[in-house]
Design a protein around this ligand. Structure first.
Ligand code: NDP
Length: 296
């Protein structure tokens, strides 16, 4: 069997185009321009790349992008003061604080100081609670992107057996909640799971969000299953630095029914979903109907 490749790059371009059309309509019909504020503390190179890319794509879909780059030794008090200003600013509909924060800052406190209605990352404790109780919330971008790819491929996910490997607050747990909401039978696996291979082999949908290069081989994949590889790992191969996922793509693609590649799978969906969330937040803040197909 040769798996269908779930092309996240192409899908993300479609999502961005849809967001762009909605933004144009908001401007024309309501005089509204969605605004996304991104806060970066320090000079972590990977974070700088993400923030630059987020800013560029925000502007490309017609939104306003507000970047706040703060020194690495910014105090918690100053960061919280900035967030309070952004919370109160009606031109800002979405706020994202780039993680990880420098060690002297309390991430939970900072995230929970964001207005939940502007929490486009979906990490605020209120949004986590709303998602886990099946209520309308802001949904974390990476799991939302995975869900969009899965719904597009399968239509209904109802009754499918889903295994999520990884239980982080930003990927594993919200992914599991979303799959449960779509009526999958969900197992969350992690570093203490016994016989992970057998657990994975039972999955119709296998999501790997671990951070270990090519950890999931093809013989952990049920024939015909859909494999979503969230991992982004930089490794040295043939004298070059290459990006690989948490799944061994070659052996898994020979068994799976469908699979996301790395790069070009889940990765591009994350920023597209950030833009979709910013649009959703703008609509909600103004009592307007939410864009169809762009929320969970
Ligand atoms: P975390 O490090 O926060 O979580 C990793 C999870 O994997 C933990 O729950 C851990 O279990 C589990 N784990 C670690 N080793 C094993 C093992 N040997 N067997 C089974 N489970 C294991 O990572 P994140 O969730 O933040 O990210 C996961 C991956 O996704 C990374 O590669 C990251 O770069 C990528 N990522 C990609 C994004 C994208 O846009 N595509 C966005 C965010 C992340 P335990 O809890 O027991 O320690």
């Amino acid at each position: 069997m040769t798996a269908t490749i779930l092309d996240g790059k192409a899908f993300a371009a479609k999502v961005r185009a849809q967001v762009g059309e909605h933004v144009a309509r908001l401007k024309a019909q309501h005089g509204l321009t969605p605004g996304l504020a991104v806060v970066l503390v320090g000079e972590d190179p990977a974070s700088q790349v993400y923030v630059k890319s987020k800013g560029k794509q925000t502007v490309e879909v017609g939104m306003n992008s507000y970047e706040h780059r703060l020194a690495v030794d910014t105090s918690q008090e100053d960061l919280l003061a900035l967030i309070a200003t952004l919370n109160a600013d009606p031109a800002v509909h979405g706020i994202l604080v780039q993680l990880p924060l420098p060690g002297h800052l309390n991430e939970d406190l900072v995230i929970n100081s964001i207005d939940p209605a502007k929490d486009v990352d979906g990490f605020h404790i209120s949004n986590v609670g709303l998602l886990s109780t099946g209520q309308k919330s802001m949904v974390p971008c990476t799991p939302l992107g995975c869900l969009m790819l899965l719904r597009d491929h399968h239509g209904s996910l109802s009754g499918l057996s889903a295994v999520v490997v990884g239980r982080s607050n930003i990927v594993g747990k919200p992914m599991a909640q979303l799959l449960l909401r779509d009526s999958c039978t969900v197992t969350i696996a992690h570093s203490r799971t016994h016989d992970l291979a057998a657990v994975c082999r039972a999955a119709d949908i296998l999501v790997a969000a671990v951070g270990r290069p090519e950890m999931v081989p093809g013989d952990w994949v049920k024939p015909g299953a859909t494999v979503i590889d969230v991992g982004i790992n930089r490794i040295e191969r043939g004298g070059k630095t290459v990006l690989v996922g948490d799944v061994d793509f070659g052996s898994a693609a020979a068994v799976a029914g469908a699979i996301t590649p790395v790069p070009g799978g889940v990765g591009p969906m994350t920023i597209a979903c950030l833009l979709a969330n910013t649009l959703t937040a703008t609509c909600r803040a103004n009592g307007l109907p939410e864009p169809e197909g762009l929320t969970a």
